[in-house]
Design a protein around this ligand. Structure first.
Ligand code: PRX
Length: 571
């Protein structure tokens, strides 16, 4: 596909090259309260700041699902998040405490999350599809003190096995609850909406903890600080190109980093009207959402675009989508055919963006004012340096494949992995660089091209899944002796999860057993972690130290040579 040239217009990042030369991050934080008081609170900057600047009556949130249809002004959000802050204060939440939010998307999710940030808590959003084991390991690792949830999800929180968990706030709780259970409605009613509960934070104080998967070990708690908002704010301007009259829709759930960095912080720091649609994906529902709210800027993911692409042509023809002016994508490689489809059906380019949970915000992107090479992730945002390096940290010449790395020190860079100094330092093993775990190359024009992960992390339908967590769960199944999990390429989902399983003696392979194992993972971990495909094997390839060689499983799957098997245990 040929290069797609920018449409003529004035954009927030009008002159990429010049901005790249002159920009400095310190210029951004100057405009927040920090510049006058030396303190900051990201939730205040998201909401209250706009009320103070006279935008109180502007719509902040447009929320709907199959039961509810509501809108909230910045004024209303200010009052509600202040009430939530007072509620947390009364329930003894202090600066630095971990407050987890485990519920489906709803206005209350956003209100409690911002309310918790207002009192200085480190918030931990948990995707509603997580089952007991996944919930437990995250609450345990973070030593969460409070969880906000719903009655329906309560059975998945093993309260008695979590000694640090003191308080459970039930969004749909009623008057009859006794501690440690509290009714959200009752507590909110008893709370003032003044702003005296706000805790003024330092730039380096904790903001959010996102659990994400690696290739080994348990999920990692990626810890971000308030200063990250500087980059959320600026990239939402430059890359999402948000302006005052935009209606913006990010389709991601806040359980994943896109759903917070760009479902909460990016748009609201810029005072933009933010659309949140609850419920499940369907092409009709999504197009209807764009039509109903006149969405202008839309941030989604390749898997979703591919599913929309697969829907019958008549589906899209039913809707008026002419409000759209800017479409963006994140999470997996954006295939040139999807870009072409986007161009055909929306007459807009789809702008790919690259970043990670650990990077906190966008780093390599396509811009409205710059040409797009379909299939490329684009160019680094001003203020960061990205490079392709070898194992020693030498920068490689253009078109050579290597580690995609970033010079350390950008505002939204993770500051820690919770409770795991060692894992944290692995990212910085090459001095001066953050090593992403992705391989890529840079072309002579400075565009970056994603080539793959160089570890075993699986990106399935835009969600990041660690094989280790699934393997560990699989071997808890009574029939499973050993398990190895890989990502198998798939046209719609990018990859699907495939498990190779060796059975314990006394068990025979069968379709029934496959179903049973899949249900086991679904009910213990999460639906999206359940292997779509299972293949039974007599024995799995292992190193002498007993590690399952996923590299060999992948080669089996793709009918490729298995390479060096000298470390394999073959006796
Ligand atoms: O492999 C890259 C892939 O997603 C990984 C990060 O996953 P996660 O932390 O869940 O964050 C996803 C959303 C921010 C990366 O290491 N990835 C992300 N964006 C792209 C991508 N792969 C290709 N192209 C992208 N634009």
């Amino acid at each position: 596909m040929t290069i797609l040239q920018p449409k003529k217009g004035r954009y927030q990042l009008q002159d990429y090259d010049n901005t790249k030369r002159t920009f400095e991050w310190d210029m951004v934080q100057e405009q927040f309260t920090w510049s006058t008081t030396g303190k900051i609170n990201a939730a205040y900057e998201c909401i209250d700041r706009h009320v103070k600047e006279g935008k109180g009556l502007k719509t902040a949130l447009l929320y709907s699902d199959s039961h509810r249809d509501e809108s909230y002004t910045f004024d209303e959000m200010k009052n509600a998040t202040n009430q939530a802050a007072h509620m947390f204060r009364r329930l003894q939440v202090k600066k630095g405490d971990r407050v987890f939010i485990f519920m489906p998307r709803s206005p209350e999710l956003y209100i409690t999350l911002l309310g918790a940030i207002k009192v200085g808590a480190v918030v931990g959003p948990l995707f509603e599809a997580f089952m007991k084991e996944a919930v437990k390991s995250r609450l345990e690792d973070s030593e969460a003190k409070v969880i906000v949830t719903t009655n329906a999800l309560l059975p998945r929180i093993p309260i008695h096995e979590l000694p640090f968990l003191e308080t459970i706030i039930l969004i749909d709780g009623d008057e009859t609850h006794t501690p440690p259970y509290y009714s959200f409605k009752k507590e909110m009613k008893a709370s003032s909406d003044d702003d005296s509960a706000i805790e003024w934070m330092d730039l380096e104080d904790g903001l959010i903890l996102h659990y994400t998967s690696g290739s080994t070990g348990k999920p990692k708690g990626v810890y971000h600080v308030h200063k990250a908002m500087v980059q959320h704010y600026q990239t939402a301007k430059w890359v999402l190109d948000l302006r005052d009259d935009d209606i913006y829709w990010c389709t991601a759930d806040p359980g994943w980093v896109t759903g917070t960095s760009y479902g909460i912080f990016g748009p609201w720091l810029n005072g933009i009207t933010n659309v949140i649609r609850g419920g499940r994906f369907s092409p009709d529902d999504w197009y209807k959402t764009i039509e109903k709210y006149h969405v202008t800027v839309w941030y989604s993911a390749p898997t979703a675009f591919r599913m929309l692409m697969a829907a019958p042509k008549e589906t899209i023809e039913k809707y008026n989508l002419s409000s759209l002016r800017h479409i963006l994508s994140v999470g997996e490689p954006l295939n040139p055919e999807v870009v072409k489809w986007g161009w055909d059906v929306f007459q807009h380019r789809i702008h790919d963006t690259w970043w990670m949970t650990e990077t906190g915000a966008m780093l390599i992107c396509n811009y409205l004012s710059e040409p797009i090479k379909p299939g490329s992730m684009g160019k680094p945002i001003p203020g960061i340096k990205a490079a392709i390096i070898d194992n020693e940290g030498n920068e490689l010449p253009s078109n050579e494949m290597g580690h995609l790395a970033i010079k350390t020190g950008w505002p939204s860079q993770m500051r820690r992995i919770w409770n795991n100094e060692e894992k944290f330092s692995e990212y910085f093993s090459i001095p001066g660089w953050y090593v992403s775990g992705d391989t890529a190359y840079k072309d002579k024009d400075g565009y970056f091209w994603f080539q793959g992960r160089n570890d075993d992390v699986i990106m399935t339908a835009g969600e990041r899944v660690g094989p280790f967590e699934i393997e560990s769960k699989l071997v808890e199944h009574p029939a499973v002796a050993e398990a190895g999990v890989i990502g198998k390429p798939d046209d719609v989902r990018g990859h699907i999860i495939k498990a190779f399983i060796a059975l314990k003696s006394g068990y025979e392979p069968s379709d029934e057993l496959k179903d049973n194992i899949q249900t086991f993972i679904k009910s213990e971990l999460a639906g999206h972690a359940s292997p779509k495909e299972i293949e039974f094997k007599e024995k799995l390839p292992k190193t002498r130290s007993g590690k399952i060689m996923r590299r060999v499983l992948k080669a089996w799957e793709l009918n490729e040579p298995t390479g060096d098997l000298s470390t394999i245990d073959d006796d």
